[in-house]
Write a protein that binds this ligand. Structure first.
Ligand code: FES
Ligand code: MG
Length: 563
């Protein structure tokens, strides 16, 4: 088999001379005949959850060398969920596009994808799908559990909880600030079942991680061993020509959706899986998540839906132990990067702690997953995560209190004169992919202070944005079409009656919207740069919020070159 990199390095012409000469710098002669494996590295000091990936990359490189390949570290765009403004999601497609293009442009035969923080694994997988080179994901792993005054703190989830306690007057500002030093105990990504943990585990269920690796804590020495093995595997992938298009099928996505439901994973995974499928040309729809996922029991008792954290999850047996319990719901045709079916890895996967990972006979929630709602408020669909919602609110009729933007929300939510009570439905628009732009995680709106003080802890909330995977509450999100794209959400007014019926999968407004003009206060079209490109081309949340011209694959061929 001729390696792709041979199109750069083989031969005696002037171009081959240039490619080799500049890459020598101590490289032995035979290196140019061996598989060139990129290590797409999202390490960055500004992505603290991924900062340790440079050490992980060393172990990956050792594995690549050992198997006869040549590692080539490739720093790629990195998105730190907590820092990047206005929201990391605005840049997911940019990270995917730039990574795709740099993999294609360079003499690379295969790639190890090093990710961790929320958007990094999705963007790497979107890139790998579109360039269609042999690729394997190496997740950076979650951090260890931090404690404050003897009580574990869950990343994200406990920030939301503690800040609500401050607003409710039950926690002092001083104690709130004190807890900050305990939140992040070690290297690694958020330790709750937020988006980072979810996407690492879902990537494994999808078949793109070596089975058994995802969820290994970042500081655990076994992570580096896994990284070494992943490096070795990447060289084997090239020999087998196992590219994403050769083994990722509907069956893989089926298994990813089952896993997403069984772990009680983040709603963000929906938008990411839709986007990855879109790159592969696989017809995955919002309804597949409800059809496949809603019958699946939630077996994992992790924050935000439950009690424990990722360290506990790994100790309890990890993803394979969960999947073994729902083996009958998996599609046995789903292959992994190793070439073997996912289900082949489930025989030796016991549960070591049945409190953290529940057996099928005693689930945390009998039917979990993510419910897809439709109705006059969301003709193209909306999501709710029933396991994170209050059971008594899953059927609810209440009056809308509408906010036109997140700024409007912040300006008015704590106004003592705001006409709102516990039965009201908070509606926030202008937060979709186009509207914000970038679809921020704001759907889990903080409740009005006066209601918090009365002891109210949950209300029905509706938004065209997303919510953090670490958040909880009765939140209807990803409403499509979004307000900025002319969806009915733009025509709802304060005082309209809204009816939520999760068992019936409906979200409706009891009003005739047809003669109302859409309210587009707060949407301003960006003038230039990525935001302009994004707003002009981004698709709805219901299809993955990718850019229209990035759907599908261009493969890895580049036919022209001039020096
Ligand atoms: Fe990076 Fe949560 S902020 S994973
Ligand atoms: Mg987030």
């Amino acid at each position: 088999m001729t390696l792709r990199s041979a199109h750069w390095y083989a031969g005696q012409d002037r171009n081959a001379y240039i490619h080799r000469a500049w890459m020598r710098r101590g490289t032995p002669d035979d290196a140019f005949d061996r598989p060139q494996i990129a290590i797409a590295n999202t390490a960055s000091d500004l992505t603290p959850c991924n900062a340790h990936l440079t050490e992980v990359a060393k172990s990956v490189a050792n594995g690549i060398y050992e198997a006869g390949g040549i590692p080539r570290e490739l720093p790629v765009v990195s998105l730190g969920e907590t820092n990047v403004r206005p929201t990391a999601m605005l840049w997911r497609n940019m990270a995917a596009m730039s990574t795709e293009e740099m993999l294609r442009a360079n003499p690379i035969d295969g790639v190890v994808l090093l990710g961790g923080c929320d958007k990094t694994i999705p963007s790497l997988l979107m890139a790998a799908a579109s360039v269609d080179l042999p690729a394997v994901v190496m997740p950076g792993g979650p951090m260890l559990t931090g404690t404050f005054r003897g009580v574990p703190l869950g990343c994200g989830t406990d920030v939301w909880r503690l800040s609500e306690e401050v607003r409710a007057g039950t926690l002092s500002n001083e104690d709130f600030t004190r807890s900050e030093k305990s939140m992040i105990r070690s290297r690694g990504h958020c330790n709750t079942m937020g988006t980072a943990s979810t996407m690492a585990l879902v990537a494994e269920a999808l078949g793109t991680v070596i089975p058994g690796v995802a969820g290994t804590p970042a500081p655990d020495s076994r992570l580096l061993e896994a990284a070494h093995g992943t490096g070795r595997a990447a060289v084997e992938l090239v020999a087998a020509d196992r590219r994403p298009s050769t083994f990722l099928t509907e069956a893989n996505f089926h298994n990813a959706i089952v896993a997403l439901a069984a772990i009680g994973g983040s709603t963000n995974a929906v938008v990411h899986l839709l986007a990855i499928a879109g790159r592969l040309g696989i017809e995955l729809t919002l309804d597949d998540f409800d059809r496949i996922g809603s019958r699946v029991p939630v077996l994992v008792d992790l924050l935000p839906a439950g009690r424990f954290l990722m360290d506990d999850f790994h100790r309890a047996g990890g993803l394979l132990a969960v999947l073994r319990e729902v083996r009958d719901l998996l599609d046995p045709a789903g292959l992994t990067v190793t070439g073997k079916p996912l289900v082949d890895y489930l025989d030796e996967a016991p549960i070591w702690d049945a409190e953290v990972i529940r057996p099928r006979s005693a689930p945390l929630v009998a039917e979990g997953g993510i419910a897809v709602l439709r109705g006059s408020l969301a003709p193209s669909g909306a999501l709710i995560k029933p396991a994170a919602a209050s059971p008594e609110l899953l059927r609810h009729r209440g009056r809308a209190v509408v906010f036109d933007s997140i700024e409007d929300f912040h300006a008015r939510i704590d106004d003592p004169d705001l006409d709102v009570d516990a039965s009201s439905v908070l509606v926030l628009r202008g937060c979709g992919p186009k509207g914000y732009p970038g679809m921020p995680e704001v759907a889990n709106m903080p409740l009005p202070r006066k209601l918090l003080e009365q002891g109210v802890r949950d209300m029905v909330r509706i938004c065209d944005g997303r919510m953090s995977g670490t958040a909880y509450g009765t939140v209807v999100l990803h409403v499509a079409p979004e307000a900025a794209a002319g969806g009915p959400l733009a025509r709802v007014r304060t005082g309209d009656w809204i009816v939520l019926d999760v068992p019936g999968r409906r979200i409706d407004v009891e009003a005739d919207l047809s003669d109302r003009a859409p309210n587009t206060d707060g949407f301003a079209a960006p003038r230039r740069g990525w935001e302009r490109l994004y707003v002009d081309h981004v698709l709805g949340a219901d299809t993955g919020a990718d850019l229209d011209f990035l759907l599908g694959s261009s493969g890895s061929e580049v036919s022209r070159e001039s020096h």
